[in-house]
Design a protein around this ligand. Structure first.
Ligand code: UDP
Length: 329
């Protein structure tokens, strides 16, 4: 059993990881300001409600628990907002993350798992994207993830920390047991927006219908959030047994267009879903598809829910049961 500090553990991906840690008899200590996270999502884990910038609270947390490793999810993660408010992103995702890393080092912690993003790549030169693809982020959000990966590498080069950075493609779906789901305010992600339209009516805007893709809409690689969670557990085990630090992509290697996602949602829900072609969203690459060969090979990761139908189905189950999200359900 390990004690894991999980920053952002009440958020969408973090909470699914916390559930998996609990299931495997680890002790997650969730550190979350609950700005976008949900108390209801952390189950029986200890929850410390505080901001990442709160050095005193962070220090108290490291003093209070025998933390073995850190999983760091807490971040601002809206691409559009990052363009408008870049300093907010550099402060939280870089400065606060460095402070966390330094404090973890001070307390003798050796293993650090970081929630990174495909946004580090920017507009891809070739598909599928492997980890050695150049990183040229096209927005401050991607920049901050890329910078912090370099900070981690710097720490590792000095022998101060071992790390795994996981570059997620499009996290989607919900806990197959129905305990957890995706609930952002405002919601900006395609699958929840489509499912809410199926549930409550409303029209799904398609951001760009003139991309150089088969049907003109953006193509993304959707990965089930529970498969992401499993990757974090594998990363933890890898570091605990003395494995090398490294960076891994996480996707399924299949690209689906926005229109294909809507069609899949129509099949899964049995409902009509209205859509309207709209302008492009700034900073959206036409196609993002991962090669996850490295994590399959080195950490033996194998997704349990790789097909889009299942991903949408699990999300639909949660949305149907929680039409107003966590609090008001
Ligand atoms: N998208 C869309 N309509 C929406 C929300 C998203 O057409 O209401 C598109 C978006 O432009 C992107 C894809 O769906 O091409 C996935 O977007 P999402 O925000 O879910 O994830 P991202 O790829 O930005 O991480």
């Amino acid at each position: 059993m390990s004690t894991i500090l999980v920053t952002g553990g009440a958020g969408y991906v973090g909470s699914h990881v916390v559930k998996e840690l609990l299931r495997q008899n680890h002790r997650p200590i969730v550190y979350d300001n609950l700005q976008t996270g949900h108390k209801e999502a952390v189950n029986d884990a200890i929850l410390i409600e505080a901001d990442l910038s709160d050095q005193e609270k962070l220090r108290e947390t490291f003093h209070s628990y025998p933390i073995d490793a850190v999983m760091h999810f807490a971040a601002d993660c809206l691409v559009g907002e990052s363009v408008k408010e870049p300093l907010k992103y550099f402060n939280n995702n870089v400065k606060n993350s460095i402070q966390l890393l330094e404090m973890a080092y001070e307390f003798g912690i050796k293993n650090f798992i970081f929630s990174s993003s495909a946004a580090v790549y920017g507009e891809p030169e070739k598909i599928p994207i492997s980890e050695d693809h150049p990183c040229l982020p096209t927005n401050p959000y991607g920049e901050t993830k890329w910078i912090f990966e370099k900070v981690l590498k710097g720490f590792q080069d000095l022998g101060r920390m071992n790390y795994i950075s996981l570059r997620y493609f499009n996290a989607a779906g919900a806990d197959p047991e129905g305990d957890l789901g995706e609930d952002h305010l405002p919601e900006t992600h395609l699958i929840p927006i489509v499912l809410r339209a199926a549930l409550n009516g409303g029209v799904v805007p398609i951001y760009g219908v003139d991309y150089d893709t088969p049907d003109g809409t953006c193509v993304r690689d959707y990965i089930h959030v529970t498969d992401l969670a499993q990757a974090h557990i594998l990363a933890l085990k890898h570091l605990e047994r003395g494995g090398n630090s490294g960076i891994y992509n996480l996707g399924n290697g299949n690209g689906f267009s926005v229109k294909e996602v809507i069609e899949t949602a129509k099949r899964v829900t049995g409902k009509e879903i209205a859509q309207i072609g709209s302008g492009r969203r700034p900073g959206d690459p036409a196609r993002l598809v991962a090669s996850s060969e490295k994590i399959r090979r080195e950490l033996k990761w194998a997704p349990a829910y790789p097909d889009l139908e299942t991903i949408v189905e699990t999300a639909w189950q949660w949305h149907r049961k929680h039409p107003n999200g966590y609090e008001k359900s």
